[in-house]
Write a protein that binds this ligand. Structure first.
Ligand SMILES: Cc1cc2nc3c(=O)[nH]c(=O)nc-3n(C[C@H](O)[C@H](O)[C@H](O)COP(=O)(O)OP(=O)(O)OC[C@H]3O[C@@H](n4cnc5c(N)ncnc54)[C@H](O)[C@@H]3O)c2cc1C
Length: 395
């Protein structure tokens, strides 16, 4: 029997504790908050989207995708599903997205808690770890000594849940390397001059992130326009690339994604043409009013004009703005408003089979601290689970 300490009572820490306890160890979770699993409570807008049927590895992002592929395996996914089933969480599956049938993250938290209690994991809350030393054993805050240590302190995202990035410092002090950390799954900030007018728009759209005419990533879904820029899940899913380097980037928005090109739009609008309607009225059938106003302004077209009165150039500009409206971007929202971080501990510094550091024996690292982040849709909780289960099982 070993003494195992887990720093951080998030999902990856709690799961690693449950699996480490299964092996008969003495297991303690140290959590700085007055309770564990604070972040879990706000996942999926309080509904906890914990898994997704679509486990294409491209939903995960890392500088070491070859290693991610070795972690997100069928076998590990089956363990996750079996675990949730065993503790009694019945999934409600919507388009492949898994939520607890109750639709309540708090039920998942309570079931995790019940499991911890029933197997005798000791949870110490209101305990902030400031300092870790290693001399063959791990010494925490000069007072707790253990044989094996699992660092599960999360990233810097949403720090009011307790994850303020301290884990990166611990890892650096223990001789590890961290890639650049940036906010991800968050809004994209633009300096578009019409944002005030566009605020409040929610519409189906395709968003495409570009750098120097090179398409980096695109996604579709409900786009929300705000006073700072772009939001909504499709925006969140491309945000991890915005701060990857300092190069200028922009987002092209297709406000009617069922039409793909300028030429298709021109044919479409000509087909819908009605001599009694002006261009504003023609566009009303497909676009949000605020979007029409801005697109007509940007295209230098008077809203009273009839379609037949537009010059070829005006029609070309209009169609370009409808299917590829440009938002120059200046960054993302801050860590405070990010669901996750992109970047983290370089994966080559752990053994992907058990999450053990390759630099220090019996030191394990789990969850968002690692250089892996996922799209919206349950991927981050899936990674937290799998990394926690691999670390705990090895102890
Ligand atoms: C608003 C929001 C919605 C989300 N929705 C989803 C979703 O629906 N599906 C999904 O898959 N993912 C979602 N995520 C992401 C997901 O919640 C995280 O990726 C996951 O919880 C990370 O787990 P973790 O164990 O790595 O870290 P965390 O959950 O951040 O846990 C880290 C823990 O360590 C503690 N800690 C930190 N430092 C110390 C210290 N020095 N001493 C003691 N304790 C410490 C913290 O207090 C915290 O409890 C969402 C995130 C947010 C913010």
């Amino acid at each position: 029997m070993s003494k195992i300490v887990i720093i951080g009572g998030g999902v990856s820490g709690v799961i690693s504790a449950i699996y480490a306890k299964k092996n008969g160890n003495d297991v303690i979770i140290l959590e700085r908050n007055n309770d564990i699993l604070k972040k879990l409570l706000i996942t999926g807008s309080g509904r906890c989207n914990y898994f997704n049927d679509d486990q294409d590895v491209n939903h995960y992002h890392s500088d070491s995708m070859d290693i991610v592929k070795k972690i997100i395996t069928k076998e590990n996914i089956n363990e996750l599903l079996k675990f949730y089933d065993d503790i009694g969480i019945i999934p409600k599956i919507k388009n492949g997205y898994y939520y607890p049938y109750s639709n309540q993250a708090i039920n998942v938290k309570d079931m995790f808690n019940a499991k911890l209690n029933s197997i005798g994991v000791k949870v110490i809350c209101n305990y902030l770890v400031n300092d870790i030393n290693y001399d063959g054993k791990f010494i925490i805050n000069d007072e707790i000594i253990c044989d094996k240590l699992i660092i599960s302190t999360g990233s810097k995202a949403y720090p009011k849940t307790g994850s303020d990035g301290m884990g990166y410092k611990f890892l650096k002090d223990l001789g590890h390397n961290i890639t650049k950390i940036n906010p991800a799954l968050t809004g994209i900030v633009s300096n578009n001059k019409y944002l005030k007018e566009l605020t409040g728009v929610r519409c189906e759209a395709k968003v495409s992130l570009y750098e120097n005419n090179l398409l980096l990533k695109e996604d579709s879904g409900e786009l929300q326009l705000t006073d700072y820029g772009l939001s909504g899940i499709c925006t969140f899913n491309i945000s991890y690339l915005v701060n990857k380097n300092d190069n200028d980037k922009y987002v092209l928005v297709n406000f009617i994604p069922f039409i793909k090109t300028k030429e298709e739009f021109i044919s479409y609008i000509k087909e819908k043409n009605n001599k009694n309607k002006n261009i504003y009225e023609l566009l009303e059938g497909i676009l949000n009013k605020k979007v029409i106003n801005v697109i007509l302004k940007t295209s230098n077209i008077n809203y009273n004009s009839k379609l037949d009165e537009l010059t070829t150039k005006q029609l070309d500009t209009l169609s370009k703005n409808v299917v590829t409206y440009r938002f120059d971007i200046i960054g993302t929202n801050s860590f405070d408003k990010a669901q996750v971080c992109t970047g983290g501990l370089i994966l080559s510094e752990i053994n992907y089979k058990n999450m053990m550091s390759r630099k220090i024996n019996n030191l394990y690292i789990t969850g968002e601290l690692l250089d892996v982040d996922g799209d919206c849709g349950g991927y981050n909780l899936t990674f937290a689970f799998i990394s926690g289960f691999l670390a705990g099982s090895d102890c």
